[in-house]
Write a protein that binds this ligand. Structure first.
Ligand SMILES: [Fe+2]
Ligand SMILES: [Fe+2]
Length: 277
């Protein structure tokens, strides 16, 4: 049975069929894994402040830590299990491969497939010693009011910015309509990888990479007052990417060895032979 096709045939239900035939829910924070996930968001929402984000950008966007080939970075990433994700304990390379293969199976352009294959590469930050709450999980704007539609929003009460006279207001430090490129999101793998690849991929791919964890925007419809026309034009691409990121998480991974030549060519077409991390 092709479980990948089965599960993606019913995305609105947020369910997938596990190998044992049991129907399970995606992004279900009430599962037994939920305690781990809630603890993750307690930390994330407490510590991701405006000042923290600016400091992390200054630290990591110089890309002076390490140089490695894209494959070496993917192999390196493979030792990580994402604590914020209630849906999978699979190594990252399998998640990337499943996402990319689902995009490819639907006949999308090769840059879209490549985006699926690399979209979580920024999680290497975890392996450089960053705590998971500063790398993974849903992202949200800092420097303005926290939407109540952000996952585990109750934990923002412990964030020093939450009741700040400027950062706690609707627009905060931003002008309405300023565009998301002028809005600082909570620091994580999306923003980091966007800056690493921003001269390499078409605009929709960069939007998918930069905003794929910004569920408050692409799923909940929040923060529209900060977006501009370019953001709104690219929102459908971010939304088109999301089911592949979510619903292609399957317990039985595709075989990397068989697919490696295709992905080696794809990486060589779009990415430099060596990445600056
Ligand atoms: Fe991600
Ligand atoms: Fe992902």
């Amino acid at each position: 049975m092709d479980t990948m096709t089965d599960t993606r045939a019913e995305p609105a239900g947020n369910h997938w069929l596990a190998a044992d035939g049991v129907r399970k829910a995606y992004r279900d924070y009430d599962k037994p894994e939920a305690d781990r996930v809630r603890e993750f968001y307690r930390q994330n929402h407490r510590h991701q402040t405006y000042d923290f984000v600016l400091a992390k950008k200054a630290q990591w966007l110089r890309f002076e830590r390490q140089r490695m080939t894209p494959w070496a970075a993917l192999d390196y990433l493979n030792t990580l299990v994402d604590e914020s994700d209630p849906d999978t304990a699979l190594p990252q390379i399998n998640h990337l491969l499943q996402t990319a293969e689902a995009i490819r199976a639907d006949g999308h352009p090769d840059w879209f497939v490549l985006t699926g294959f690399v979209h979580d590469l920024g999680k290497v930050l975890c392996l450089f010693g960053e705590p998971q709450w500063a790398v993974v999980g849903d992202t949200f704007p800092v420097g303005c009011r926290h939407s109540e539609r952000i996952v585990c929003a109750e934990f923002f009460a412990a964030n020093p910015d939450h009741d700040h006279p400027v950062y706690g207001t609707e627009n905060g430090v931003y002008e309405p309509g300023c565009g998301l490129s002028n809005v600082h999101l909570s620091w994580g793998h999306d923003e980091y990888l966007y800056h690493m690849l921003k001269d390499r991929l078409p605009e929709p791919a960069l939007y998918m990479i930069r905003y794929h964890s910004f569920y408050a925007w692409h799923r909940e419809g929040q923060y529209g007052h900060l977006t501009d026309a370019t953001d709104r034009a690219n929102l459908p691409w971010v939304q088109k990417f999301n089911p592949y990121d979510l619903y292609s998480k399957q317990p039985n991974p595709p075989v990397l060895a068989e697919l490696k030549p295709y992905y080696e060519d794809l990486l060589a077409k779009y990415l430099p032979s060596e990445l600056a991390l």
